[in-house]
Ligand binder design. Sequence first.
Ligand SMILES: [Zn+2]
Ligand SMILES: [Zn+2]
Length: 191
Amino acid sequence: MSNIVKLACLCGQVTGRVKVIPKSFFHVHCLCCDCQNFASHLNNEENILNKYGASELFQTYPDLMEITEGQSKISAVQLKHKGLYRWHTTCCNMPLANTMSSSKIPFVGVSVKFMKFANEDEKMEILGPVTMKAFGKHSIGEMPKDAHAKFPISFMPKILGFMLKGMLMKKNNPSPFFSGKEPVVKINVLF
Ligand SMILES: [Zn+2]
Ligand SMILES: [Zn+2]
């Protein structure tokens, strides 16, 4: 069964929706320094990161996500050469999602903070538990016990299967962040 989850930024100017389809997503925590640096670039760590410095992500296919309002409040940065495009709002400095720098890759990591749930129970019902915590060695303070220090190799086959299916089914397009091959806004390169 698929669910539609409403998307809204903290101030409510950027809105949309994303479809949650079983076996078409990963619900993860990323503790890497790039995700933490992105939060500090937005000067909004307290609204973005948990106490360990983790960003909560819903990784899925771009064609399942839609932004319906507030397109003029969207901006994006790239923290380093060949790094991810990190999409965020300019109204309230909240992350929207990250994508690869190529529109061909069927991948979007939606910030769970951008997803609207009535409460934690509803979120658990729709997304299930966090299934992987990566790059725990960058945790703030002690690493969570269930985190992996780096990216777990055991997760690679799942990611590859997800990517392959996405490519075969052309799930990279349409995307809220690319128009054809081009990003919808100019990417601010920070390196
Ligand atoms: Zn906003
Ligand atoms: Zn990260």
